[in-house]
Design a protein around this ligand. Structure first.
Ligand code: F6P
Length: 372
């Protein structure tokens, strides 16, 4: 019997999303004789029943395209802004799944999407998830598609910034995305030969950072490149945030909202952290400092060959699992192959850079200052 697949892309867009849709769609239609329908703009399209039939013609010519032909959003089924209200639309998701007589809904996204996918799985829907994000922070998978492309873009940016830093004898701070993890900043920092790398997993001491830049100057290297993850924090800020998070965990029901608001305030204060860091370093070292924020450039454009391969591999593996009736899983990349991991094992978890990771070890061995 023909199986009916629904698919959506959710969260931040990421290079390789279209390659995954193509791999999934083409193998479903041509190899497994299934039928595929896409929902537009993530979970919002599922709620609003806005669809795009995915046929061979729609899936052709998209392998190399950035973005996602389905569109995406950060909307959550259970906390969806509708007019002036925020409503729980989980039931509507379930109804629309049934209306289309779906056998399975494939959710392509990052850590946030996996939580939403698990929520729908608990409502009795057949769900399979694919791991995409430039942040590489999805627990259970070796790597996510989008990461390799973003890593290449950030590395090239560091390469290019070297000449200005050197010519003007400046400190140049490059802010790299990655949300609360440091995979991108660490990877691009090591590959681009950054002199100092700051990541959220290692709260930094600004005195150590300043000393490293001054030491380089004294040794005749009159410039420094600092790769800083957007979520990197000083030791002081990290301690304040940790306390606030502990308070939230222990808070009674009526205190929860206040505790959440305190964390949101700290996070809002963190925006602009890189600019503050540059100003502080300039004062402390007397060296001219400049900031480059790479931002959404890292999510744009054509996916790398490695991301196209990974997305195609996981997309086609996804339909093979659906064919076997394997649901409620994340299709994780493991070495050259893949592994189906139950959603309950991955939802709500984050893959942070382990403190003994080989990239980190290598960075230290070539003399990179990690701010600690
Ligand atoms: O998750 C991908 C990501 O690019 C993060 O690195 C970044 O923190 C976030 O999305 C930015 O989100 P938005 O595009 O919604 O501003």
């Amino acid at each position: 019997m023909t199986k009916y697949i629904g698919v959506l892309t959710a969260g931040g867009d990421s290079p390789g999303l279209n390659a995954a849709l193509r791999g999934l769609g083409k193998s479903a239609i041509g190899y497994h004789n299934m039928s595929v329908i896409g929902f537009r703009d993530g979970f919002r399209g599922l709620v609003e029943n806005r669809t795009l039939p995915l046929e061979n013609a729609t899936l052709s010519g998209i392998l190399t395209l950035g973005g996602t032909i389905l569109g995406t959003s950060r909307d959550k089924p259970d906390l969806m802004p509708v007019g002036s209200k925020v409503l729980d639309m989980t039931e509507v998701c379930v109804d629309n799944y049934r209306k289309h007589h779906l056998d399975v809904l494939v959710c392509i996204g990052g850590a946030g999407t996996l939580k939403n996918a698990y929520l729908l799985h608990k409502q009795g829907l057949n769900i399979v998830a694919l791991p995409k994000t430039i942040d590489n922070d999805v627990w259970g998978t070796d790597v996510t598609f989008g990461f390799d492309t973003a890593l290449g873009i950030a590395t090239e940016a560091i390469d290019r910034l070297h000449s200005t830093a050197q010519a003007h004898h400046r400190i140049i701070i490059v802010e790299v995305m990655g949300h609360n993890t440091g995979w991108l900043a660490l990877g691009a920092g090591v590959a681009g030969g950054a002199d100092i790398i700051l990541i959220p997993e290692i709260p930094y001491d600004i005195n150590i950072v300043a000393e490293a830049a001054v030491r380089r100057w004294r040794e005749g290297k009159r410039f420094s490149i600092i790769a800083v993850a957007e979520g990197a924090m000083s030791r002081e800020d990290a301690a304040i945030l940790q306390k606030a998070e502990e308070r939230k965990k222990q808070a009674k029901k009526e205190e929860k909202e206040a505790a959440k608001a305190a964390i949101a305030e700290l996070e809002a204060k963190h925006i602009g952290n890189t600019m503050r860091l540059a100003a502080e370093l300039e004062t402390m070292t007397g060296l001219e400092s400049r900031v480059t924020i790479l931002g959404h450039l890292q999510r744009g454009g054509t996916p790398s060959a490695a991301d196209r391969l990974l997305a195609t591999r996981l997309g086609t593996e996804c339909t093979a699992l659906i064919d076997k009736g394997v649901y409620g899983v994340l299709v994780a990349a493991r070495g050259e192959g893949s592994k189906a991991i139950p959603l309950e094992q991955v939802a709500g978890k984050l893959k942070r850079v382990p403190l003994d990771h080989p990239w980190l070890e290598s960075a230290r061995r070539v003399g990179t200052c990690m701010g600690d």
